[in-house]
Design a protein around this ligand. Structure first.
Ligand code: 13P
Length: 256
């Protein structure tokens, strides 16, 4: 990655852990993190019911994140959670557009955009996730899909708001499969995403935004991925559930 950007590593716990496992995980990570300082920004995204409990155990600069939020402020939206509620729980950062929300739950580009706008308005660091499915990749549509999801996801987002965002390129075929994009393929996608941001905003905005890679990132491949110029950290699923593995990825980011 470029030295002008501080790496960001997020642990997306998805629908995993119970209260005790989550507590053990964050305590273990916290003690490993002593000494990392502010060289890497680190966030964890636990399930909703554990946000407050995990938030109370955070140490050494680890930020609290939410895996989702709803697009309205309050009202008859059974089962949904607003940005203000998340802020009340101590949440600093939120994921939007995760591939499981898009492709398992069925969220549209428009809903992802509405959630992104709502998270930004609440002052949270929004991590907008994008990425192509295997059939789209095989049809040569990787860059077109990324461009469509970015243009739609960032609709109405000002340059100032963009400066509080992070992008995460997560090819759907690499998520939870053990298959990782090669460093060259990931770099190619990231460079095109950065060029797109330069065209939509300007070069300074493109140079400063962090673009994370996600999809089977683990201790064994994190360093070679994060050595690439345009890969500024990772969004980690499975490997974020073991404190030692997640910390090894944080160290790879620190050394990149
Ligand atoms: P895995 O690291 O388990 O492939 O998940 C990646 C991901 O979806 C992070 O948001």
């Amino acid at each position: 990655m470029s030295s002008q950007r501080t790496p960001f590593v997020g642990g997306n716990w998805k629908m995993n852990t119970n209260a005790q496992e989550g507590a053990d995980l964050i305590d273990g990570l916290g003690s490993l993190m002593s000494g990392v300082g502010d060289a890497v920004e680190v966030a964890v995204y636990p399930p909703f019911p554990y946000l407050v409990g995990i938030g109370g155990r955070l140490s050494n600069g680890i930020m609290l994140g939410s895996q989702d939020l709803w697009k309205d402020d309050n009202g008859a939206f059974t089962g949904e959670v607003s940005a203000a509620m998340l802020k009340d729980c101590g949440v600093h950062t939120v994921l939007t557009g995760h591939s499981e929300r898009r492709h398992v739950i069925g969220e549209s580009d428009e809903l992802v955009n509405q959630k992104t706008i709502k998270g930004l308005a609440a002052g949270m660091t929004v991590v907008l996730c994008i990425g192509e499915k295997i059939e789209e990749r095989e049809a040569g549509q990787t860059d077109a899909v990324n461009e469509r999801q970015i243009r739609a996801g960032l609709s109405g987002v000002s340059k100032d708001q963009l400066s509080k965002m992070v992008l995460a390129y997560e090819p759907v075929w690499a998520i939870g499969t053990g298959k990782t994009a090669t460093p060259d393929d990931a770099q190619d996608a990231h460079a095109k995403i950065r060029a797109l941001i330069a065209g939509m905003y300007d070069q300074a905005a493109a140079d400063s935004i962090r673009i994370l890679y996600g999809g089977s990132m683990k201790p064994g491949n994190a360093a070679e991925l994060m050595a690439m110029e345009d890969i500024d950290g990772g969004l980690i699923g499975g490997a974020s559930l073991k404190a030692e593995d997640f910390f090894a990825i944080i160290q790879a980011a620190q050394n990149s």
